[in-house]
Design a protein around this ligand. Sequence first.
Ligand SMILES: C[S@@+](CC[C@H](N)C(=O)[O-])C[C@H]1O[C@@H](n2cnc3c(N)ncnc32)[C@H](O)[C@@H]1O
Length: 187
Amino acid sequence: MLLLRRLGFEVRRQRSAVPAAGRGVVVTRGVVPAGAVCAWYPGTVYLPGDPLLLASIGNQFVFACADGVHVDGRGGGLSGLLFGSCAGRDHMGPYPAADRSWRTELPANPLAVGQFVNNQSPGFPSNVRYQEVDLPAVPYPLRRYLPYAWYRARVPPPMRAVVLVAQRDIRAGEELFANYFTVVHDS
Ligand SMILES: C[S@@+](CC[C@H](N)C(=O)[O-])C[C@H]1O[C@@H](n2cnc3c(N)ncnc32)[C@H](O)[C@@H]1O
């Protein structure tokens, strides 16, 4: 409801319209205007060379950025444990280092569901695109809202984020589809 009031739309995980594709992300209310950020792709962020092999086994949620950085958006299993561990390691005094709730069915940031956006396919053309964003130094009191943790300790800013941007107006009832092989990088 808050999302609808603030942004004019709401997105949720739901069964995909694509047969056998599992769940996807659907606009459930309002309209996502063209150019709006409509989801975040959360996860543990791996720099090139970081050991992702074990966490990537059977994992459909590893997002490869154009520069060799990877975001592991799987909320369960080893991936989920690693995210919790890295976020716990980076906790600073009273300030959580990250929003850990994206791994649950009720993420505190309702936009942190981008890892469930399905790939375009015949009859289901893409209506969103991935955009990599390098966030400048985020003050500690605000990091609790970010669904990201570095795998590696003590990585200086910027923090990598991946968001999904609407390519056109997307109306209630429509599912979000991306092209898994197209990424835009902005610093
Ligand atoms: C990042 S996950 C997306 C969320 C996934 N649908 C789920 O329910 O967990 C990517 C996986 O979703 C499925 N998927 C995505 N797009 C698809 C499509 N167009 N057709 C069939 N399966 C798809 C594939 O199994 C793929 O490996």
